[in-house]
Design a protein around this ligand. Structure first.
Ligand SMILES: Nc1ncnc2c1ncn2[C@@H]1O[C@H](COP(=O)(O)OP(=O)(O)O)[C@@H](O)[C@H]1O
Ligand SMILES: O=P(O)(O)OC[C@H]1O[C@](O)(COP(=O)(O)O)[C@@H](O)[C@@H]1O
Ligand SMILES: [Mg+2]
Length: 438
């Protein structure tokens, strides 16, 4: 059960300034397509889940709706904004930067926007990263390119040094675009700001191709990434079905969550097996099933997420990247080896085609759907910041834009539920067993 406290968004203080967007809001009070600022977006959306609370409707847990407020906290002409992108790349980073700059400038009249380079390193003097002045001219057309014009990095930086930099530059609002690690860092920045009694709003726009941040319908860039990954599955399928004993093996990103593998596999239903971290599989059971299938049908396609089946790899000391993320061993190469050996031991013919699109799925520009989503998240983030919200991320939950406290957004990881409907769809589309034989 999530408490009201956990859902409450922190604010810097009362909103006393008329918003330049106030006139747009009046007709929206009464339509079902807009959630008024005094309303809440319910956390739960089934009758059974709501009934389980056993509380009156107005006591049900809900998120603060996102969107412009009639009164805002910051005076636009006095505000100085910072923007930073951190962690691994993701389609749509440039769309978000562009959306933030355009909304701040054109709708709120904020003209001082600093782009910090290479993630949290951008705040630390010894790295010597130049700060960019972001203007509408600067961000024109950047959404047509993948990556981020600000650059990114992994590796922890001292929140005190970051806040020193924000203070020295007179930054009042910091937009942080990144994944779970980035949001942990953003929370430490917001906490340091509060300890020093400063009034700096820290607003996150959650980024992850892995779709592993909870309380979001899905993260931006995810759709572009899995669409790109689906092309690799199509490639593997065409190759595999063209030769006798063809096995297409596709390894996809997805460190702890198998969403990319599941959605890419469902996009064209060419996959016969989807292996994800959330659903363990016995190696021999899988290999036998695969060999039987290839014998029976002539070919097969296997999609494996990078975090799947790690327990089958030979034991080795754990390795971590600069941000402390576990560096996984390559399940794709391992399976390629083992499939070859297994078929050979059975005396079965096999032509294995290995496809690893790797970074190609995340370095591409956002597709149109993600571009729209990024733009709307950026608008939402600007509204929250101008209203003095802090230590929160923006997201879309059950189709509604909401403000989510960072502690909640990093409280757990979003994973594919082996008992949920997504995995059921994968089982239906692939025909792979839901329980493997020995
Ligand atoms: N627990 C943490 N506290 C503070 N900063 C963190 C923490 N975890 C990660 N970070 C910082 O956030 C940035 C991005 O984190 P990383 O895990 O690499 O990517 P992502 O944000 O995509 O998950 C890095 O600079 C990293 O050091
Ligand atoms: O090689 P890198 O840049 O460390 O990134 C690899 C990782 O980045 C991801 O694409 C996304 O991870 P983050 O969201 O933490 O950046 C993972 O699927 C993958 O394991
Ligand atoms: Mg991460």
């Amino acid at each position: 059960m999530i408490s009201d406290d956990a859902l409450a968004v922190r604010t810097l203080g009362p909103c006393r300034i008329d918003s330049p967007l106030a006139a747009l809001l009046e007709p929206r009070r009464t339509t079902e397509h807009y959630v008024d600022e005094d309303d809440r977006v319910l956390l739960d959306d089934t009758v059974a889940m709501v009934a389980a609370h056993g509380t009156p409707v107005d006591k049900l847990p809900g998120f603060e709706p996102a969107g412009p407020r009639r009164k805002i906290y910051f005076h636009p002409s006095k505000v100085r904004v910072g923007i930073v992108t951190c962690g691994g790349l993701c389609p749509g980073l440039n769309d978000v930067i562009r959306g933030l700059v355009m909304e701040l400038t054109l709708h709120y009249g904020v003209h001082r926007i600093a782009g910090f380079r290479n993630g949290y390193q951008g705040f630390i003097a010894r790295y010597g990263r130049q700060v960019l002045d972001l203007t509408p001219d600067m961000v024109r057309g950047i959404n047509e390119d993948g990556g981020t014009i600000l650059g990114t990095s992994r590796g922890e930086q001292d929140p005190d040094e970051i806040v020193d930099c924000l203070e020295q530059m007179g930054i009042n609002v910091l937009f942080v675009i990144g994944g779970d690690g980035t949001m942990r860092g953003a929370l430490r920045i917001a906490d340091t700001v509060a300890e020093r009694g400063l009034k700096i709003s820290v607003i996150g726009v959650p980024k992850t191709i892995d779709n592993d941040i909870p309380y979001l319908d899905h993260s931006f860039g995810f759709q572009t990434a899995f669409a790109k990954a689906a092309e690799s599955i199509r490639t593997a399928h065409v190759e595999a079905r063209s030769v006798p004993g063809g096995v297409g093996l596709v390894r996809l990103m997805g460190r702890h969550s198998g969403f990319i593998a599941c959605y890419a596999a469902l996009a064209n239903t060419d996959a016969d097996y989807v292996l994800i971290p959330e659903v363990p599989f016995p190696l021999d059971g899988f290999l036998n099933h695969l060999a039987d299938r290839v014998k029976r049908r002539g070919h097969a396609v296997v999609v494996v997420a990078e975090g799947a089946g790690q327990e089958h790899l030979p034991a080795a000391p754990a390795r971590y990247d600069a941000s402390g993320n576990t560096m996984l061993r390559d399940i794709g190469l391992f399976l390629r080896e083992r499939i070859g050996e297994h078929f050979a031991a059975r005396g079965d013919e096999v032509y294995l085609k290995y496809v690893d699109p790797s970074y190609a799925i995340r370095s591409v520009p956002a597709n149109s759907y993600d571009s729209v989503y990024c733009l709307r998240l950026a608008h939402t983030a600007v509204h929250a910041a101008m209203a003095g919200r802090t230590a929160m991320v923006v997201g879309r939950w059950h189709g509604r834009f909401v403000n989510i406290p960072i502690p909640l957004a990093i409280s757990r990881r979003n994973t594919v539920d082996p008992n949920g409907d997504l995995w059921l769809s994968v089982l239906e589309a692939t025909g792979q067993p839901h329980e493997w034989g020995a």
